[in-house]
Design a protein around this ligand. Structure first.
Ligand code: NAD
Ligand code: UDX
Length: 463
């Protein structure tokens, strides 16, 4: 039975995943390591509000397990040395250089981990791929681990993570399935699969723990994300048709979702999907297809991204068009910056592209998000606009509450579906704004009839 786990990478996946494993396996010592000292300090912070990842329910679990059987450290070598099982949970972003630039997954962090494990390990280890990886990455990891000079046996498993941000703890506590890919033809492979299964069995029903070969497991993760993103692009494509025909996308989604073959989840038309996974993983899939000469397959999946980019720019263009074709010098309030509610993550958030577009149109942006820090919003905008903070500050202002934000605004745009935006006092807000007062609801969270009755010019998605 495993008694000691190490997880390399203390990010959005490593932190919450290991917190739940520690909670459900009090007999296992779980050490989460990272090269980022600041991040580790934040995980170790006395102030639970300062944890680097915001997820409902996470702080409570960290409070219960930290320094009991859950530890956060920068001492990667020691944690590798002590562990019987090592999860690799480092980032695998889209490559920004060289071959595959803008498409392929950058596996340099994965390779560094494998090399470090090979050089440090002096006892047998089970190495678990937790990061999302191109199919057949396990063979690369295996080749590197084989170079170890220490006469150590390594067994490799793929155990992709399916949690969604904002609901990570609920997803981890009650997963639809746990997928374990391994070499089930050898005794060592079977033992490794059994060791990982035992960890999950402490809270996940046995029939939800699925075993496949390692390549199927790696590919299933990319496939799941591609299918999910495809649904959003499909409904967003229909939202454009709704706007042209007076059909209503929420009604269409409801009607088709009643078909049990289609199902009602992931059919919410929006300003476009964001997050660190969907775009990166589809681009990676497209790259893999191209590598195998499967150009039609690549084109098929690439269209999901094309449609998502179209949706983001369509929304931004609509704002300008409805506001009499100019937003220059106009005050626009942006509600939300995170890529979805209940997370402090803004990676690939649609908010970034929309803000960039409006800044180019010389709008004055007043931005509020309940969880994304001011510094993060500035960093995102610096990257997107190629402007310095000083330059940006002539056109943007960031708030940490909504008091006073609406005074003299020409328009409010809702980019993230935070619950608190549903319950704002829009009647009062209307009286504070310039007239006509516009609301662009990129998440369809407001009641169009009520908002229009209050005197707003209301524009949702697909209605
Ligand atoms: P992240 O950027 O939040 O965290 C990764 C961490 O790994 C960083 O803190 C980084 O400093 C650390 N790291 C990188 N190289 C290291 C090394 N050599 N040694 C020690 N630490 C190192 O990333 P994330 O969002 O947690 O994603 C991690 C992986 O999980 C990715 O492959 C991603 O595709 C996948 N995934 C993410 C989600 C999600 O919702 N974020 C969900 C499922 C799967
Ligand atoms: C996704 C997958 O859901 C998860 O299984 C995987 O492990 C990581 O990638 P995540 O990106 O964290 O999770 O959140 P998700 O809920 O999938 O939302 C992604 C984006 O799609 C968000 O911007 C969200 O607002 C948007 N979305 C989601 C829609 O626009 N409409 C929907 O119906 C659902």
């Amino acid at each position: 039975m495993i008694k000691s786990i190490c997880c390399i990478g203390a990010g959005y996946v490593g932190g919450p995943t290991m917190a739940v494993i520690a909670l459900k396996n009090p007999h296992i010592k779980v050490t989460v390591v990272d090269v980022n000292q600041e991040r580790i300090n934040a995980w170790n912070s006395e102030n639970l509000e300062a944890l680097p990842v915001y997820e409902p329910g996470l702080a409570e679990i960290v409070a219960q397990t930290r320094n009991v059987n859950l530890f956060f450290s920068t001492n990667v070598n020691l944690a590798i040395h002590e562990a019987e099982m090592i999860f690799i949970s480092v980032n695998t972003p889209t490559k920004t250089y060289g071959i595959g630039k803008g498409m392929a997954a950058d596996l340099k962090y994965i390779e560094l981990c494998a090399r470090q494990i090979a050089s440090v390990a002096t006892t047998n280890k089970i190495v678990v791929e937790k990061s999302t990886l191109p199919v057949r990455t396990a063979s690369t990891i295996k080749s590197i681990l084989k170079q170890s000079q220490n006469n150590v046996q390594f067994e490799i498993l793929s155990n992709p993570e399916f949690l969604a941000e904002g609901t990570a703890i609920v997803d981890l506590l009650n997963p639809d399935r746990v997928l374990i890919g391994g070499d089930y033809h050898t005794q060592e492979g079977k033992n490794a699969i059994a060791a990982l299964t035992d960890i999950y069995k402490n809270w996940v029903a046995a029939d939800k723990i699925i075993t496949t070969n390692i390549w199927s497991s790696e590919l299933s993760k990319l496939t799941a994300n591609a299918f999910l993103a495809q649904r959003i692009s499909s409904i967003n494509a229909m939202s454009a048709i709704c706007e042209a025909t007076e059909a209503n996308i929420d009604e269409v989604a409801f009607a088709i979702g009643k078909d049990t073959r289609i199902g009602d989840k992931f059919l919410k038309a929006s300003v476009g999907f964001g997050g660190s996974c969907f775009q990166k993983d589809i681009l990676n899939l497209v790259y893999i297809a191209k590598t195998f000469g499967l150009n039609e397959v690549a084109d098929y999946w690439e269209q999901v991204i094309v449609m998502n980019n179209y949706q983001k720019s369509r929304f931004a263009r609509k704002i300008v068009q409805k506001m009499f074709n100019t937003v220059s010098g106009k005050k626009i309030v942006m509600l939300g910056w995170a890529f979805k509610k209940d997370t402090n993550d803004s990676r690939e958030s649609a908010a970034i592209d929309i803000a960039n577009y409006l800044i180019e149109e010389q709008a004055e942006l007043h931005i509020y998000d309940p969880k994304v820090t001011q510094q993060q919003i500035l960093t995102d905008l610096e990257k997107a606009t190629n402007q310095t903070t000083n330059q940006l500050q002539q056109q943007i202002k960031i708030y940490n509450q909504t008091t006073n934000i609406f005074q003299q605004a020409h328009a409010v745009i809702i980019v993230t579906e935070w619950d608190e935006f549903k319950n704002l006092d829009y009647a009062t807000i209307k009286t504070q704004m310039q007239q006509p007062a516009f609301i662009f609801d990129g998440r369809n969270i407001l009641n169009p009839t009520e908002i229009t009755q209050q005197g707003f010019q209301y524009f949702g998605i697909g209605k």
